[in-house]
Ligand binder design. Structure first.
Ligand SMILES: C[S@@+](CC[C@H](N)C(=O)[O-])C[C@H]1O[C@@H](n2cnc3c(N)ncnc32)[C@H](O)[C@@H]1O
Length: 264
């Protein structure tokens, strides 16, 4: 797979954080889950949590509001800037709970350990090869205390999506982009490479009033099959304590499109 394609697929979707927040504003159940689970892992004394791929702070801000300190790492400066802007509107007691670090989760070394490390909302779908996933898990190991926990979710590969005809264009609802305030027709094209197991979604925004006002976002995800991921976690030294298929605590089965892991 062309590295330029993967770079664009890891970045362009995160270059417009205002749209990111708008697109995922209804995604709340995972936030509630992460807050509850982190609280129960930490017990009474809230110790700092490390979030890899912290983005605009969807989950981290909710933790900070609960009084839990968070160190958030992300590769994309626009996402971190947006999180910093959101923090400016918070009371000092919340702002002081968050530390933001720009870095690559496959390499970052903060020189400290955490009782809980998280990677919410498909962050590890951006690790495209076994080696990259091993590096990311190495980062987790480096930052976990001896009895620490790693909590994350990735997608379950969906055979219907993987079979989609790459020449077909799927129409979505028109959107208003917060960055321009203008209205756009929204179109998607889906492609899947069966060898690398990488899925690409091309998202096109075409101006309703001006079709020359056109731009694209690319999102690439590595499909991690549950058994494959279980083996990788095992050989990278993790023990899976729980594996759920949603954020309500249901064990993973074939009806689910999410896999959620609690590991040590
Ligand atoms: C789907 S977002 C999830 C953000 C946040 N955790 C949430 O729940 O909304 C994925 C995030 O992972 C970040 N990311 C992807 N690859 C990364 C890498 N190698 N190192 C650090 N951050 C990365 C992206 O910039 C993006 O902010």
């Amino acid at each position: 797979m062309d590295p330029h394609h993967l770079k664009a697929g890891s970045e362009t979707h995160y270059e417009d954080p205002g749209y990111y927040d708008q697109a995922y504003r209804r995604r709340r159940e995972d936030v509630r889950f992460y807050v509850a689970r982190v609280r129960s892992e930490l017990g009474k004394r809230p110790k700092p949590v490390l979030e890899l791929g912290v983005g605009t702070g969807r989950v981290a801000l909710a933790l900070a509001r609960e009084g839990i300190p968070v160190v958030g790492v992300d590769a994309m400066q626009p996402m971190l800037d947006r999180f910093a802007e959101r923090l400016e509107r918070e009371p000092k007691s919340v702002r002081s709970k968050v530390t933001l670090v720009r870095g690559d989760l496959e390499r970052v070394d903060l020189g400290e350990t955490f009782r809980v490390v998280t990677a919410p909302f498909h962050v590890l779908n951006h690790c495209y090869s076994r080696e990259q996933m091993a590096d990311a898990l190495g980062t987790v190991r480096r930052h976990l205390t001896g009895r620490g926990r790693f909590l994350f979710d990735v997608r379950v590969p969906n055979p219907d999506e993987l079979r989609r005809d790459p020449d077909k264009v799927y129409k979505g609802r028109d959107v208003t982009l917060p960055s321009t305030g203008r209205r756009y027709h929204y179109r998607e094209r889906w492609d899947y490479d069966t060898v690398s197991q990488i899925q690409t979604v091309e998202m096109a925004f075409v101006g309703v009033d001006d079709p020359t006002d056109f731009h694209m976002q690319l999102l690439t995800h590595r499909c991690w099959y549950p058994a494959e991921l279980g083996a990788l976690l095992h050989y990278e030294g993790f023990r899976v304590l729980q594996r759920w298929g949603d954020f309500e605590g249901e064990p993973l089965d074939e009806s689910h499109d999410t896999q959620v892991y609690l590991c040590r």
